[in-house]
Design a protein around this ligand. Structure first.
Ligand code: DX5
Ligand code: ZN
Length: 216
C-alpha cells in the first residue's frame, strides 16, 4: 500500500502542534517538513527549532525536505532536532555522496531530491546509496501548485532503474498531488506521496488521506 506524507506547508501555522497531532490521528504514514531558505527557492519557511517543537506531537517519521543552498552546513541540526529522513537536492553544489553517507552514519535515512527541469540521469550515480528518492512534480517554493505531467516519465525511469539494478530505495513524489494525480504517480512506481494543499484544504483529513491510496 502506498504511504502518505502530508506536507505541513499547508497546515495552520498558528497551531502547528495540533495540526501534527490531527494528521497523525488521521492515518498519515510520515510527516513532510519543507525547509526553504529564500535563496535556493524564493520563499522562507521554518527551521530546526520549529521541527524540534513539533517532534513531541507525533511518533511518525519526520522528513526534512531541505530546499536550501547549503545542506552540508545544516542537515545535522535537523537530525538533532528530530528529523528521521533528510532530503537534499541534486541541484545543490555539494558533494552529495559524502553528505548521504554522513547522514546514514548518523543513523538517519538519506533522500536525494530532483527538480522538474533536472535530467533524471543526474541522480543515477547516487541511487545505489540512498534510502529514498524524492521526485518533484512542481518547481519547489510554494504549496498548492499545479502538477507537472511531464515528470511522470521520470518516475517511471527511476522505477525501471531500481528494478534493473535490484535496488530497494523508496520513490516519493512531491507537488500537486490530489485524488487524480495520485493514481498516475502510483501507476508509474511511486511508493510515498507528499500532499499539502489537497489534504489540509479538506475538512476531513482522514478522508483526504484515504482518497490518495489507490491500490498498486
Ligand atoms: C513545494 C514543497 C512541497 C509542497 C507540496 O516546494 O516541496 O512539499 O508543500 O504541496 P502541494 O501538495 O500543495 O503541492
Ligand atoms: Zn516538499
Amino acid at each position: 500500500m502506498v504511504k502518505i506524507s502530508p506536507s505541513l506547508l499547508s497546515a495552520d501555522f498558528s497551531k502547528l502542534g495540533e495540526e501534527v497531532k490531527k494528521i497523525t490521528e488521521a492515518g498519515a504514514d510520515l510527516i513532510h517538513f519543507d525547509v526553504m531558505d529564500g535563496h535556493f527557492v524564493p520563499n522562507i519557511t521554518f527551521g530546526p527549532l520549529i521541527l524540534k517543537s513539533i517532534r513531541k506531537f507525533t511518533h511518525l517519521p519526520l522528513e526534512a525536505h531541505l530546499m536550501i543552498t547549503n545542506p552540508e552546513k545544516y542537515w545535522k541540526e535537523f537530525a538533532d532536532s528530530g528529523a528521521d529522513i533528510i532530503g537534499i537536492h541534486i541541484e545543490c553544489k555539494v558533494d552529495h555522496l559524502s553528505i548521504i553517507k554522513e547522514i546514514q552514519q548518523y543513523g538517519k535515512k538519506a533522500c536525494i531530491v530532483i527538480n522538474p527541469p533536472t535530467p533524471v540521469e543526474k541522480i543515477y550515480p547516487v541511487l545505489k546509496y540512498v534510502d529514498m528518492v524524492l521526485i518533484m512534480t512542481v518547481n519547489p517554493g510554494f504549496g498548492g501548485q499545479k502538477f507537472i505531467y511531464e515528470v511522470v516519465e521520470k518516475i517511471r525511469k527511476v522505477d525501471e532503474y531500481r528494478k534493473m539494478e535490484k535496488l530497494d530505495f523508496e520513490i516519493e513524489v512531491d507537488g500537486g498531488i490530489n485524488r487524480e494525480t495520485s493514481k498516475i504517480v502510483i501507476e508509474n512506481g511511486a511508493d510515498i506521496l507528499v500532499s499539502g494543499f489537497y489534504i489540509f484544504s479538506g475538512k476531513d483529513y482522514k478522508e483526504r488521506i484515504e482518497s490518495l491510496r489507490w491500490k498498486k
